[in-house]
Write a protein that binds this ligand. Structure first.
Ligand SMILES: Nc1ncnc2c1ncn2[C@@H]1O[C@H](COP(=O)(O)OP(=O)(O)OP(=O)(O)O)[C@@H](O)[C@H]1O
Length: 340
């Protein structure tokens, strides 16, 4: 059990984390994302016991930690997995995993579960990055932590390995039933492996929700833009629909007065393109992405929007097109007066 209650962390009187609250459910994985320097690692360091809270309280099982009451890191039952693996270079794989364990059965279990059985006698410097991270994870889980903290665990691995390993890590955490905070710079990772995700900005948690809610209904324009390409198209509420120059879309469950002026969050896959000599836009550029193509499309009134289409939809630079909102779901709305 981990509860973080109104945590603030100051370094030299400068706030790195402000009023941060998070309670993890029994086997819940929460990913933490945000721009560099927003305070993600500081939250983990405070939970691990490497720094003290300046104010607020952290509860880990029966331990209560605040500015005045500290609990040494080794007594907290917190497991750590870092980007740089932090394996003991002089111990082989199985001894790394079983380090300081009286009963080696959990080490054996996680060695096998994470597919490292045939490497049990290998030394760390003979392993690939992905294998090292499996060993680090196996070691952390073999010690039965009450909570696991992962700080950029996949940052030093290549893209294909990242995609495979992040899912293996999620499955292992779920099998272990251990709650975890998983810090990452990678939006795709944050969106795919967490039960919930927290988006931080300048020390504060700006949104804490499921990935789907954060992506589709971001609490702020910052969250909208941080999690993917985002354009804000002016719209007006009329007869329970949102009307824009690119067509109209259903109104969600937000309460907006008839006639209200809004900005509609439009992502590249919410738009479609159709060749039309008198269309509302011109193709400025197109980029092949494999399964899809990304197009920079300029409205005749001036603004450029990004549109993602199937790879079969090819357009020439300068070609006239009609750009329309094609999303079937309600798009997120922001008050027109809200500051960007
Ligand atoms: N030991 C320290 N002393 C002084 N300032 C620090 C210290 N550690 C971190 N900071 C500052 O606190 C802020 C938050 O840092 P932190 O490492 O928690 O951010 P982060 O979101 O993890 O960043 P990154 O994504 O780059 O790892 C930053 O402004 C950083 O410069």
């Amino acid at each position: 059990m981990l509860e973080i209650d109104h945590l603030s962390i100051l370094y030299d009187n400068s706030a790195a984390v402000e009023d941060f609250s998070l309670a993890l459910a029994a086997d819940e994985i929460v990913t933490l994302v945000g721009p560099t320097g927003c305070g993600k690692t500081s939250v983990l360091r405070a939970v691990a016991g490497l720094i003290a809270p300046s104010s607020g309280e952290i509860r880990i099982g029966a331990h209560r930690i605040d500015a005045k009451r500290q609990v040494p890191p080794e007594k907290r039952g917190v497991g750590l997995v870092f980007q740089d693996f932090a394996l003991f270079p002089h111990l082989n794989v199985e001894d790394n995993i079983a380090f300081r364990l009286k009963d080696r059965a959990p080490a054996e279990h996680w060695l096998r579960t994470l597919g490292m059985e045939k490497h049990r006698h290998a030394m760390p410097d003979t392993l690939s990055g992905g294998q090292k991270q499996r060993v680090a994870l196996a070691r952390a889980l073999a010690h039965a932590p009450s909570v696991l903290l992962l700080d950029e665990p996949l940052a030093s691995l290549d893209a294909a390995l990242k995609a495979e390993l992040r899912w293996q890590i999620r499955l292992a955490l779920k099998a272990a039933g251990v709650p975890a905070i998983w810090v990452t710079h990678d939006q795709t990772e944050a969106l795919s492996v967490g039960d919930r995700m927290g988006v931080m900005r300048a020390g504060r948690l700006e949104q804490l929700d499921s990935a789907d809610v954060c992506f589709r209904k971001p609490a702020t324009r910052f969250v909208a833009g941080f999690l993917g390409d985002a354009a804000f198209v002016p719209g007006r509420i009329e007869a329970q629909r949102v009307h824009t120059a690119l067509g109209d879309t259903p109104l969600g469950d937000e309460a907006y007065a008839e006639g209200a002026a809004v900005d509609v969050l439009v992502r590249p896959d919410d738009l479609s393109l159709r060749r039309a000599t008198q269309g509302n836009s011109l193709i400025e550029w197109s980029r092949y992405e494999g399964e899809t193509r990304l197009h920079g499309v300029r409205l005749r009134q001036g603004e450029q929007l990004l549109v993602r289409t199937n790879h079969e939809d090819q357009f020439e630079e300068g070609e006239a097109v009609d750009m329309r909102i094609c999303a079937g779901h309600a798009l997120a709305l922001f008050e027109r007066s809200a500051a960007a």
